[in-house]
Design a protein around this ligand. Sequence first.
Ligand code: HEM
Length: 533
Amino acid sequence: MQNQNAKQRQLEGYRVNNFGKPLTTNQSLKVSGDEQSLKAGVRGPTLLEDFHLREKITHFDHERIPERVVHARGYAAHGEFTLHKCMKEYTTAKFLQGAGKVTPLFTRFSTVVGSRGSMETARDVRGFAVKFYTEEGNYDLVGNNIPVFFIQDAIKFPDLIHAVKPEPHNEMPQAASAHDTFWDFVANNQETAHMIMWLMSDRAIPTNFRKMEGFGVHTFRLVNAEGKAHFVKFHWKPRLGVHSLVWDEAQKIGGKDPDFHRRDLWETIEAGSYPQYDLGIQMIREEDEFMFDFDILDATKLWPEEIVPVDLIGTMTLNRNVDNVFAETEQVAFHPGNVVPGIDFTNDPLLQGRLFSYLDTQLLRLGGPNFAEIPINRPVCPFHNNQRDGFSRQRIDVGQVSYHKNSLADNTPSPTPVDEGGYEHYQEKVEGHVIRANSPSFDDHFSQARLFWNSMAPYEKQHIIDAFSFEVAKVKSRSVRQQVVDMFCQVDSGLSAAIATAVGVKRPECTPADVTASSPALSMKKTIYVPDT
Ligand code: HEM
């Protein structure tokens, strides 16, 4: 108990060990005969009055909850974050103040597309979601293992997921990206180009969760006590380095052990060999927002690390497996909108939509508005407000008054919560006409896709060609196969020619010269950016 962190101590109060305890109903009535129902005679009909049978079966009938609409297949562990570098100059977030500060956390890794029982080595993006239980409330860094995303605007997310999930008429294929609707979406939404390059690379088949990077993807803000902000991107760098399977291994392992990644995480933690990841940040001054030849709010772009260096500021150690996968891994609710003072959002239109989506979906998935009271979701500091009631409310809110501006509360033993000041949103100046359009600064879809391709070693390029060839060859529509090949000519003509040969369509007619001409933003700023205050 002595060495337990605040979250562990909190969860301890909810742990129940049934071993050696008397068998009772949920009403705590001791019962016997858990293996026979109540009958009229040993061969007679079962009696409706058998409350023991009814309660046991009813509870069982309701054991399943909806799986996550995406990231259904996941596995999690508890751990701690230790700060190495005080970030007071940049943010008021208390868990980022004072080198040596330790914060408990819970991390869930996932695949995006597959259902809850799907194999873990599928070619897919991996979720990398971390919930920090800070003294100022929960902070969630809900990231992926790839630094960019498929789309730029949240309004397309339902379309993307409809296209990538199994096709609706026959629910095939279950987990892979090898099908018509996915590649049709890609070819008709060309902002996907950069992400697809990562998805076809070895990054999409990690060896295990311990050897995988994580990225917050979006641009966020750090805000200091003077109200000065810096744009920031968050990264997790695995201490063991980044390692991937090759496709043949991924398929064989997936067939033999669909639990390969969770087994690895569970077993290494049980063995005391704790996975560690350094938290890195990239920062850009507010006034330098437009200094780069890509839009820093565009989630299909990364900030090249050789231009905006990654500063490692702390370490996450995963050191404890869950007691119960349903109670913890399945019921945990991450939300990019869970922030603490000193961390704020930007106008990235993908992030803005996510800020709506997670709470909305969790209201359904976790059965109503009180899921913050589920043990794994509870902050380690108390929460108080005038919200009341709802399905499965656990708290007993005492007092007559549950509204602000009142004259009664001061005379009761439990006055309404006092507004002492707290989270302040960054006072960004905004202006513009109401318009449903993208910024033209989001229009370049190929420069970074090409930089990614050009950064690959020859064997990595071959793996990418093999992946495209495998996946796109499965597409039944010849037209879609041709569109994909034509699209990736804008990344590299050799790449698209190789895919064309493999998937049986004609080689595209674009030349390397066309490719260069179509990418005015190719000239990346070459000097190293230093984000001093
Ligand atoms: C899970 C929506 C983009 C990372 C989810 C869930 C939804 C969702 C509804 C299920 C949540 C739950 O049931 O608890 C969206 C929307 C997006 C988007 C609308 C874009 C508009 C992203 C991006 C990332 C991401 C860009 C990475 C930066 C995750 C992760 C999970 C998740 C890691 C799983 C969390 C867990 O382990 O429980 N997303 N998502 N999503 N999303 Fe997104």
